[in-house]
Design a protein around this ligand. Structure first.
Ligand code: MEV
Length: 296
């Protein structure tokens, strides 16, 4: 029996534009999915509240590398499902990590991240390699370069969950449709997001969090312009900012799901209270330094 875990992720900058090859900055955060895996000699069994399609596809893809007669898999997760925090990537990565160990797959992290991306793509139809890569390596990652650029940041990261769900597939399609109708305008928005991600990355490296926050705010406005906002998301963004957050924006595909804010430590409580008072769940997280890891 082996246990592996993998973390959730947020985007500081760049979602949606990243689908068109633009830069983004994504961060692994310390909400984790744990996968406990036993080998079985016959069929497979899954015990999980999560979507089993990702687990089954991971077992199928791994079975092309090593013979797997059957497995029993138990999943426990801190990551809200369908909230844009990468819950499907985390369960996929942790399942592949556990399979690799139990069946001596000899896969390194790069290979696991690549296989996990393949699994997400075949289940969802659309995916960028961001979620699976960040969940595998941890830390703060520049996309599409897929390099880990930093281990941590000083401000707290507060996530506000609207408790509503957005479909990544539908939202990515809607942005694609807007782009085919208004390419000149939408490409300018993508270029602006690209600049925000690359300059935002420099501000992050310099520790200039006031400007990082400002760039998050501008990025939020551009996501709204792409049509992926909602009243609930805007309300949480608004109240987080007016209660002291340095920056607040949608994270992930939008439509529903979550906002992400960065906050000085002494404003965290006020920001969390404001999110809760406006119908959201507030989750305080730090950067997850460890990506995929074996649990004892
Ligand atoms: C979803 O978390 C982020 C999107 O950019 C889609 C993707 O990158 O796969 C909207």
């Amino acid at each position: 029996m082996v246990v592996y875990s993998a973390p959730a992720k947020i985007y500081l900058f760049g979602e949606h534009a990243v689908v068109y090859g633009k830069h983004a900055v994504a961060v692994a955060v310390d909400l984790r999915t744990r996968v406990e895996l036993f080998e079985r000699s016959d069929s497979s069994m899954y015990h999980t509240a999560a979507d089993t399609r990702y687990i089954k596809e991971a077992v199928k893809v791994f079975s092309a590398i090593k013979d797997v007669k059957g497995v029993e898999i138990d999943v426990k997760s801190d990551i809200p499902i369908g909230a844009g925090l990468g819950s499907s990537a985390a369960v996929t990565v942790a399942t592949l990590g556990a399979l690799n160990d139990e069946f001596d797959g000899d896969l390194n992290k790069t290979k696991i991240a690549n296989l996990a991306f393949k699994v997400e793509k075949s289940v969802q139809g659309v995916a960028s390699p961001t979620d699976t890569f960040v969940s595998t390596v941890g830390g703060i990652v520049l996309v599409p370069d897929l390099i880990r650029i930093l281990d941590t940041i000083e401000p707290a990261i507060v996530i506000g969950d609207t408790r509503t769900v957005g479909s990544t597939k539908e939202l990515v399609e809607a942005v694609g449709e807007l782009r085919s109708r208004e390419p000149e305008v939408v490409d300018l928005i993508f270029d602006a997001i690209d600049t925000i991600s690359t300059l935002g990355y420099s501000h992050l490296k310099l520790g200039d969090y006031a400007r990082v926050g400002e760039f998050m705010n501008i990025n939020h406005g551009l996501l709204d312009a792409l049509g992926v906002g909602s009243l609930k998301l805007s309300t949480l963004v608004d109240v987080a900012r007016s209660n002291g957050a340095l920056g607040a924006k949608i994270t992930g595909a939008g439509g529903g799901g979550c906002i992400v804010t960065i906050c000085e430590r002494d404003t965290v409580e006020a920001v969390c209270d404001a999110i809760k008072a406006h119908g959201g769940d507030a989750i305080v997280v730090d950067v997850a330094n460890a990506g995929l890891r074996r649990e004892e």
